[in-house]
Unconditional design. Structure first.
Length: 146
């Protein structure tokens, strides 16, 4: 299911089951972000359109039933592609993953200067989501936008 030793709680599994029933898309992971009052679903590669639905119908239905903000991110087997997916629609020029001397992996992401705000998101929500999911799925401790 999820990668890098991700363990799902019973609550997250219930949300995934409901999401899959309502959208027909396959969810690999679900994160309950109580602080921001949102659910983040990581969707199987190629299922993003199905998850969102025509004119956003599926995602609106999920939001309405759950009464929470719902965000979806398309999974990728490569950490570089996954980070690009998480920061979309910002135009990512490059992603460089490096390991520090202490063994921690970090990703340095170069985005189009016009899209820096998009990559960070309102109140830093987009970059916070990217950091959380990169750590959870690939063991990347930090993402730095340059």
């Amino acid at each position: 299911m999820a990668g890098y030793g991700v363990k799902l709680t019973a609550e997250e599994l219930r949300y995934i089951a409901l999401f899959e029933t309502l959208t027909g898309a396959t969810a690999k992971d679900c994160v309950v972000d109580a602080e921001d009052g949102r659910l983040i679903f990581v969707i199987k590669q190629g299922n993003l359109g199905m998850a969102i639905g025509k004119r956003g119908a599926n995602i609106k239905k999920v939001r309405s039933i759950l009464g929470k903000q719902v965000e979806v991110v398309e999974y990728a087997d490569s950490p570089v592609n996954f980070i690009q997916n998480m920061l979309a629609p910002a135009r990512v020029r490059s992603v460089h993953i490096t390991e520090k001397k202490d063994g921690k992996k970090i990703a340095i992401v170069n985005v189009d200067p016009k899209d820096k705000g998009l990559a960070i998101g309102k109140n830093g929500r987009t970059i916070a989501r990217a950091r959380l999911l990169a750590r959870r799925h690939f063991g990347i401790e930090d993402i730095i936008i340059s």
